[in-house]
Each structure stands twice: as C-alpha cells, then as structure tokens.
Design a protein around this ligand. Structure first.
Ligand SMILES: [Zn+2]
Length: 460
C-alpha cells in the first residue's frame, strides 16, 4: 500500500469511529433525556413497579412532560426537597393530564395530585381520563424548614393504576393572614343510605334526620359561635354557613378504633362545589348513623363526635346524632344540659390541638382534663376545662398551660394569601444545552438522580 492509500484508509477509519461515537452519544443522550428527572427523586410504595419517564410527545409546553405509568396498583411519586420559611403559606401548581387512572379502594383520596411526602397534606386528586388541567396545592410550612414536595400517582392511604403526565411546575410564597375570625361550614346530611357488610351479608341501611334533628344542629351552631367567642374571651370570632344536604351519604369509612365514620373522601363530591365557592377554615359534618329502629346496624365504637381530620388543609370533624331519640346530648334544657354545643367545641378544639403540635407550640392533650383536676360536670360537661384550655389558664406546678394565643391566627391558608406573593425558582428547567451539561456534571458529582426506593409509613 502506498503512503497515500494508507493515509486515506486511516482517515476513513477515523471518520467511521467519529460517526460511531457521535451515534453512541446521541443514543446515550436520548436515553438520558427519557430518564432525566432533573433534581427530582423518584419513590415508590412497591419498588420497580411503576415506570418514570420523560415524554417528548405528550407534553403541555416545549419541555418534555414527566410521566408516571403504573400497570399494577402502586403509590408512585417524584419529589424535590424544598427549603421553606416556617409559618409561611406556599402555593404549588402544575399541569396534569391523566389516562385511565383508577384507585384501588372504592372511596379513596388517591389519584394524580401534588402532595408533601409522609403527610396527608395534598391537593385534590384527579382520576379517570382527562386532558391537561391545572392543579393547585396550598400549604403552610408550619414549623418546618424544608418539605419534600411531590407529584404523585397514588396516595397516602391508597394505590392507583393508570398514567399521569405532569408539567410546568411553579411555587410561590404568600403572606399569612393574621385575622382571628374563623369561617365554619356546617354540612348537615339529612339522609344516609349505605350498604353495611356483617357476617357475610350486606344490609342496606336507610336513615333520615327529623326536623327536630336539623333544628338541634342549627341551634348548636349558633350556640357554638357564642361559645367560642365567650370561652376564648374573644381571642377568636366565628362566622358560619349552615348547609343542609338532601343527597344521601352512600359510603362510609371504617377503622377498628371508631367503627364507621364519614371521611372527606365519602362526601368530597358533594361538598366540593361549596368549598370551591367560598373559603372555610373548618368543616363540621353532621350525620345520623342509627336511630331507634337501627340501633346496632352501623357499628360505631363509642364516639359522638370525631375530630382532628383534615380535608385539603381544612380541619374536618364529624358530629353524630345519637341513635336514641330520647337523648339530650344536643338539646338545651335548663334541668339537664346547658352546654349542648359541647361536641362541636370539643371537636374544633381537636383541630386547634393538632395545629398547635404541627406549628411547634406546647399544648396539653385535649383528653387530659382529669390529669389537671377538671371533671365532666352535670349540666355543663367540661366547659371550664375548654375555657381554661382556650385561654392558656390551666394551672400547673410549672405555670399556666393551654393553647398559645398565636394558634387563633393559624388558620388554613387560601388564595387571598397570595395577592402579594413572590415566585420561587425551585422548579426551573435547564434552558439550553450548556445548562443541561452543567446539570449532568453536577448530578454525576453529587450522585443525585439515582432511583431511591422508600416505603412510606402509613401513619394516621
Ligand atoms: Zn376527643
């Protein structure tokens, strides 16, 4: 071979190698692009069950969407740890599209949604097949300095199948409204029509409230307003809407401790239009789960009110009418019961107790009245205990304890807290190839981006 031929041959070989290298680089980059979740960490309840990919075809904007696909029921999420300022409202939004998203349980708060990992704090959930829509999630950082903010297909207490695409993430910080005027919604469900399984058979239980029941609830809400203002010595004021609902409750939730009860997911579809129209700081759901003809048909384990629950960041309590028509629990009578609104006060205080813990304030347990020398008295029940609880005037050897006055200002956040908000850059995507390369290198150095499997604890 002449020198020239040799040189041509080596040039061709060189060229082929370069072409192959470019081809491999493009393939690797394509693979990287499909799997690149930027700074998000992927997590699943059942590891290696769901598929996390970037989708360049089904997308909302120029940027590839973030896709989660679950052929088997799973709770799958990608999240980013975001630094937050304590006691500050935040609003997170994204666009979401779903295909055939189904929850595992019949009544469930799962679906495609935004949430804070390991908490019940979440946006509303999307199920079924839907085109792109905006999801919004408002939360308060409370006493936290960081939160794991996740975009999720599944749920805290349930799993999902189907596909969800997420895109266009934003986060902004708002300003806390310090008003101490609390706005309550009291939903009175006049009818209950549920299937209850016991010993292998299913019974259909139909119950209705009487006019007296509804009138008792109405009077108690009015008394509750006065009681909160008087007992707290005007540290808080109350406004409320009394809403009667004819549409029956058709599903109930169950746990071993309480038996049957009404969880937000049981009535979400009915109350959602009211919640969307107006902001509420607390929700009471009044319900009948038995009457003289159906004393034992819906097992309830010794509760008349149930509190401390949460629906989209709003405190949520059950108020149960007693099965016996002879009961004076909710009836005012100077010789029997002069504090019939006690259950409402008690259940609302459970929400303030829970908020106090979450905001990092010391607070005695609401059920610990006996420990501090209080008694459930005739006519007035635990009225004195509630008054001292609400005014931080429970006497102990180490001074006075009770609710911190600041807790009356810690109401659920709402849209109006974001009138003068400021945007945060937490979810910015690399803008060009150089930023992308910079991010790849940073990630390689930090070894971030590996799939982390983490089982969430289902605390309640
Ligand atoms: Zn209680």
């Amino acid at each position: 071979m002449s020198k020239d031929k040799k040189s041509i041959f080596s040039r061709i070989t060189y060229l082929i190698i370069v072409v192959i290298l470019i081809f491999i680089a493009i393939k690797l980059y394509d693979r990287y692009k499909i799997n690149n979740f930027n700074e998000f960490v992927r997590t699943e309840y059942k590891p290696y069950t769901s598929e996390f990919t970037r989708d360049d075809e089904i997308k909302y904007s120029d940027i590839s969407s973030y896709k989660i696909s679950s052929l088997q029921a799973n709770d799958a999420m990608f999240y980013k740890t975001i630094n937050v300022i304590p006691n500050t409202p935040y609003k997170v939004t994204c666009m979401v599209k779903t295909d055939n998203v189904k929850t595992q349980s019949e009544t469930s708060s799962a679906g495609a949604h935004i949430s804070i990992a390991n908490t019940v704090e979440k946006s509303k959930s999307i199920t079924g097949t839907n085109d792109w829509q905006k999801l919004e999630f408002i939360f308060n950082s409370k006493n936290r300095t960081s939160v794991d903010l996740g975009f999720r297909l599944g749920g805290y207490d349930d799993n999902c199948t189907g596909t969800a695409w997420f895109s266009d993430f934003t986060i902004e910080a708002g300003h806390k409204n310090t008003s101490t005027n609390w706005n309550f919604a009291c939903f009175v469900f006049e009818n209950t029509n549920v299937q209850i399984k016991s010993n292998g058979t299913t019974n259909n239980i139909k119950l209705s409230m009487t006019m007296n029941d509804i009138s008792d609830m109405r009077q108690n809400m009015s008394r509750f307003k006065s009681a909160c203002e008087e007992l707290s010595k005007n540290k808080m004021t109350v406004e409320y809407d009394f809403i009667t609902i004819k549409e029956p409750i058709t599903t109930l939730s169950y746990d071993d401790e309480n038996g049957y009860f009404v969880a937000p997911s049981n009535i979400e579809n009915i109350i959602e239009p009211y919640i969307q129209q107006k902001h509420y700081d607390h929700i009471f759901v009044c319900v009948r789960l038995g009457d003289d003809a159906h004393q034992e048909d819906i097992p309830v384990y010794d509760w008349i009110g149930l509190g401390g629950m949460d629906y989209l960041g709003i405190g949520f309590s059950n108020i149960r009418l007693p099965n016996s028509a002879k009961s004076y629990t909710y009836k005012y009578d100077a010789r029997i019961n002069t504090f019939p609104e006690e259950v409402f006060v008690h259940e609302f205080l459970h929400s303030l107790e829970r908020n106090s813990e979450e905001y990092g304030y010391d607070v005695p347990a609401l059920h610990d009245y006996a420990k501090y020398g209080y008694k459930d008295e005739k006519y007035v029940g635990l009225k004195q205990w509630y008054e001292d609880y609400m005014n931080c005037s429970i006497k102990t050897n180490n001074g006075y304890i009770g609710l911190n006055e600041e807790i009356y200002k810690c109401k659920p956040n709402s849209e109006s807290d974001f009138t003068y908000s400021y945007k945060l850059n937490e979810f910015s995507e690399p803008d060009n190839i150089f930023e992308e390369i910079k991010m790849i290198i940073t990630k390689a150095v930090e070894n971030v981006g590996s799939i982390t499997m983490k089982k969430e604890e289902n605390e309640l």
